[in-house]
Design a protein around this ligand. Structure first.
Ligand SMILES: [Zn+2]
Length: 590
């Protein structure tokens, strides 16, 4: 057996995916809300029989364990292969899968690791790190925490890292690709990070992808230097996707089913030190879709503990709409007079504990914060608050939650709930009006729906073929009733043709034959049969099969009749209509 097959044999897909996405048993298969798009009803299916997964929702794609890991961690095939081979304990033949991308990325990660070791050594052991150690101390970060986050110090020198990495055998161009040095116009190189406290930025598994470097004496520099400097975009570091502390926090995030989002590295580090191990930093105030997608895989509850300045508050508001699309439950920690979480934690950790305990749901927080800005004793102030909150309220479809916040807003603004409701309906109507103007909306929906019925019927037929033991009956019946153009997809027709050539054998043998002889192009149809749920209970499968085949015939005939009506071919049309009546009549008596 080849390496791929060996890996698949050793790692069970249900067990593997379940570690990342909690799966529920559903008949022969397992189900979950799709981790790759936002949805409320589960359309992500995993088949233990075929060792495959499929999303029947917006993604409409699927595959094997390799494809899953590639999508989950944004990897190339080669990368996923190496990880799974390691997990399965399968040795890959050298050179059997050449993957330059992977080798290049691995090299950058190794270079970053050496750089981190270098910085870390200076911070912990070298006299050059004295100032940085004092600085950490002044910010309340203890040694254990500094070690846990692998903090370091980049010395005030133009080339000490460059020299160190050159000695390790890397070329300037390789170090440049990792973003650790800068190239001058005169083709000379110098260290990017100088005289800075260094924070390694990692992926979920702890691979160092880049760094964030912070100046320690902002006052003396007169604002000339940026407070934080990051690794530029490289083959491995992408700012939009990176969350500081995710490697350290992901286990607790999953266990507590909660993520606490803070702005800066120090906020996250101190939060961990004080026991809030579910904390990560978004580094700045922009929470991106990439961040949210990543978070959604770990938890559906976000607690914002952002800075209390204008930018932090604006960030919370902007994040809500994006996060609402992903169906997150959101809370806000109000730091009251404190500047940021690091500040509060360092000076009064007990206060922070209280603020955390008193965290408000996002809507309560919004109502409060808008109310503070207005004079609620005037009708204009009341109107301003209601108008600011309505767009958020309009997104709440749960009636219990809706009533709760409506009452809250009504009390705060001293305005009857009915009045607010009317304003809300006005708002929704205007929103809808805006949408209807985009022409052609309704018609595409209609044809989508029809396509779905035909596709569903065919999936059901495939499921009946591979999951029951009535293969012989089904293949015979399909042979009698359905012709090539009655099938929704050509590959299903071909699959049935192939299966029909084995009918001289037992049902079990039919599946075995299919398993052995199935050409790749028919694999998709075959897999669909395993992914589709069959009803459970005491079911007359033969009847179910007949019914489904006739329904397929009915839809096909209707389509043909529509075509014939355009062509004015009276005789053919009459024939088809007669056929349709017969099918419908049979269907009504089964
Ligand atoms: Zn999906």
């Amino acid at each position: 057996m080849d390496a791929l097959g060996e890996i698949k044999k050793r790692i069970d897909i249900v067990e593997f995916i379940n570690k990342h996405v909690p799966l529920q048993k559903a008949g022969r298969n397992f189900k979950a809300p799709c981790p790759f798009h936002s949805e409320k009803t589960p359309s992500f299916v995993v088949s233990p029989d075929r060792q495959i997964w499929h999303c029947f929702g917006a993604c409409n794609e699927g595959g094997d364990i390799f494809k899953f890991l590639m999508k989950w961690e944004n990897l190339t095939f080669g990368e996923a292969l190496k990880i799974l081979a390691q997990e399965a304990g399968v040795k890959l033949e050298k050179g059997s899968f050449v993957d330059n991308d992977w080798d290049q990325k691995q090299k950058l990660i190794t270079i970053n690791q050496y750089a981190a070791d270098f910085y870390q050594f200076l911070l912990e052991k070298h006299r050059l790190g004295n100032k940085a150690r004092q600085y950490l101390d002044s910010r309340g970060v203890n040694n254990k925490t500094a070690k846990y986050f692998y903090l370091g110090y980049a010395p005030k020198s133009w080339d000490s890292l460059l020299k160190f990495l050159t000695k390790k055998g890397y070329t300037a161009l390789e170090i440049l690709a990792a973003g650790l040095i800068i190239k001058t116009q005169g083709n000379r190189f110098y260290d990017r990070f100088r005289s800075r406290l260094m924070f390694p930025l990692t992926d979920l598994r702890g691979n160092i992808l880049g760094f964030s470097g912070r100046v320690m004496d902002e006052t003396t520099k007169g604002g000339q230097e940026m407070k934080y400097m990051n690794t530029p975009e490289t083959a491995i570091y992408h700012k939009r996707e990176n969350l500081f502390g995710l490697h350290q926090g992901h286990k607790d995030i999953r266990e507590q089913n909660e993520i606490m989002l803070v702005e800066g590295e120090f906020d996250a580090i101190l939060a961990h030190q004080f026991g809030y191990k579910q904390t990560v930093a978004i580094k700045g105030s922009a929470l991106t879709q990439d961040h949210l997608r990543l978070i959604k895989r770990l938890t559906n509850r976000i607690v914002f503990a952002l800075d209390m300045d204008q930018a932090g508050q604006e960030a919370i508001r902007r994040s809500i709409e994006e996060a609402e699309k992903f169906d997150f439950q959101m809370h806000v920690v109000n730091l009251k007079s404190g500047k940021d979480p690091a500040d509060v934690l360092q000076s009064k950790a007990d206060d922070f504990a209280q603020f955390y305990k008193d965290k408000q749901t996002i809507y309560e927080y919004l109502i409060d914060s808008y109310s503070l800005k207005q004079d609620l004793s005037t009708v204009y102030g009341q109107k301003a608050v209601i108008e600011a909150i309505i767009p958020y309220l309009a997104n709440i479809y749960n009636p219990i939650l809706f009533d709760h916040y409506l009452r809250l807003l009504s009390e705060k603004t001293n305005t009857p709930g009915e009045t607010i409701k009317r304003a809300l309906f006005d708002y929704r109507r205007k929103q809808k009006q805006g949408k209807k103007d985009q022409s052609g909306f309704a018609t595409t929906r209609e044809s989508d729906k029809k396509k779905n019925v035909e596709e569903t019927l065919e999936n059901y037929l495939l499921a009946l073929l591979v999951q029951t033991s009535e293969q012989v009956y089904l293949l015979k019946k399909a042979g009698q009733e359905l012709s090539e153009n009655d099938y929704y997809s050509p590959s299903t027709y071909k699959l049935f043709k192939l299966a029909q050539s084995y009918t001289e054998t037992t049902p079990k043998e039919i599946l075995e034959q299919l398993n052995q002889n199935l050409p790749d192009e028919l694999m998709d149809s075959y897999n669909r049969g395993f992914l589709y749920d069959l009803p459970t209970g005491d079911i007359d499968w033969k009847k179910e099969i007949t019914k489904n085949i006739l329904k397929i015939k009915k839809y096909s005939l209707k389509k043909q009749i529509q075509e014939l009506m355009k062509s004015e071919n009276e005789t053919a049309l009459k024939l088809k209509l007669k056929e349709l009546t017969k099918v419908e009549k049979t269907l009504s008596i089964i």
